[in-house]
Ligand binder design. Structure first.
Ligand code: FES
Length: 102
């Protein structure tokens, strides 16, 4: 059954930042884009880079290794060399707590 797990807080993840966390067996990348938090699987489907270390432009992240782009809103792979999307996770912000549904 899905449950909400506190992962970090809004002070630790200010707008414009990203970080990866281990949550109940999932490696999850959180991105704060202008105050909206997105959570996607951290591992690039091409060769395994950490997408939290990628470059964010709007709601798109570019993989730091070979430049595949993913949509933060739905996890879809936008450009090669990645063809498979990543999983997304629901985010709930309660007070300062950032929680993810896993
Ligand atoms: S590991 Fe992400 S594009 Fe290659």
């Amino acid at each position: 059954m899905a449950k909400l797990v506190k992962v970090t807080d809004t002070q630790s993840l200010p707008p414009g930042s990203a970080a990866a966390f281990d949550v109940e067996g999932n490696r999850i990348a959180l991105f704060n884009v202008g105050g909206t938090i997105y959570a996607i699987e951290d591992t690039c489907t091409h060769a395994g880079a950490s997408l939290a270390e990628g470059t964010v432009e709007g709601t798109k992240v570019t993989c730091p290794w070979h430049g595949a782009e993913f949509d933060l809103t739905n996890g879809s792979a936008l450009t090669p060399p990645a063809f498979e999307g990543v999983k997304t996770f629901k985010v709930v912000v309660e007070g300062r707590d950032i929680k993810v549904e896993v």
